[in-house]
Design a binder for this molecule. Structure first.
Ligand code: ASP
Length: 307
């Protein structure tokens, strides 16, 4: 049996092969592979699942192709408000930040909240004050400026629409889940949220139990999709609960939540999950989801569309 394994996602949504060029596809695959390679290296060297998911997520945050960190979508006000969370399955410790601006890697910020504060969830200016104290890296507005993201905002800025960053030219939230050699599970998720969001809108990604959850007794989960539905369905925790209380396998639990419960309420998106036995499920009810996994046996897969 494989002992360590990592899975990542770069967002789910309307990702159609017919609209994708070979060059673009290659860029995404290279970026996903890089994150997987860096994550598995940590696990191979005996590092923790927590360190692996945080690092793999930060690699994706640094890549402008994805809606997190550098590639975050624009808010209605023309800024960036980012959300992120991490959870450690061995002790159920968790950290999260929401609505933070100019933080280079929100996932590192979330990890600092978990490790260096007595709190779980910080938001806005207070979270940024904590980041300064923790010497978390900040970046200028220019660092976060991506023209295609700005064009996305201009398309809908004068309307009340908020839009998922999930079309073929604009990509989504990132996350990772892992099991380390010690059998510990961890999950991390990071996002810029939805284009044109306002009023301090926060999605599922930083909410423990909705967008992120990890418990050594069941599974680690990271979600992507229309956050409002994922919050209402408490998606990540629901997967864990179906395993814990109903005895479902990981795949059954993921199918139940994503393909039945979410789908029945028109909640578009998907998730990646790994269980305590190192099984991996990557389930989505949208056209596609950027995703991949790598394990101790050398299995390595990267996928974008429905297979
Ligand atoms: N779940 C994220 C949110 O609603 C968006 C995404 O997955 O791309 O903020």
């Amino acid at each position: 049996m494989t002992d360590y394994i990592i899975a990542i996602h770069g967002g789910a949504g309307t990702i159609l092969k017919s609209l994708m060029t070979a060059e673009k596809e290659k860029l995404y695959k290279v970026a996903l592979q890089d994150a997987l390679d860096q994550g598995i290296k940590i696990l191979r060297n005996g590092g923790s699942a927590l360190d692996a998911v945080v690092h793999a997520t930060s690699v994706l945050e640094d890549c402008p192709l994805f809606n997190a960190g550098k590639g975050s979508v624009f808010t209605h006000d023309g800024g960036h408000e980012m959300d992120a969370s991490v959870m450690n399955g061995s002790d159920l410790k968790a950290g999260a930040v929401a609505g933070v601006r100019n933080i280079k890697n929100p996932v590192l910020h979330a990890k600092a909240v978990m490790n260096h504060s007595e709190h779980v969830f910080l938001f806005g200016a207070g979270a940024e004050e904590f980041a300064r104290k923790e010497r978390i890296e900040f970046e200028s507005d220019e660092y976060f400026f991506e023209k295609c993201r700005y064009d996305q905002l201009l398309e809908i800025r004068d309307s009340d629409q908020v839009r998922l960053d999930h079309s073929n030219t604009k990509f989504g939230t990132v996350g990772a889940v892992a099991r380390d050699v010690g059998g510990n599970l961890a999950a991390a998720t990071s996002t810029g949220g939805m284009t044109n969001k306002r009023y301090g809108r926060v999605g599922d990604s930083p909410i423990i139990g909705a967008g992120t959850y990890a418990n050594n007794n069941t599974c680690a989960v990271s979600c992507t999709g229309h956050g409002e539905y994922f919050i209402r369905s408490v998606v990540a925790y629901d997967v864990s609960c179906l395993m814990e209380y109903k005895g479902m396998t990981l795949q059954q639990a993921c199918d139940e939540v994503v393909m039945k419960k979410l789908k029945n309420m028109d909640g578009e998106g998907g998730l990646i999950a790994i269980d305590k036995l190192a099984n991996c499920s990557m389930v989505f009810n949208s056209e596609g989801m950027y995703r991949g996994f790598q394990d101790a046996d050398g299995r390595n897969e990267i996928m974008i569309y429905k297979s």
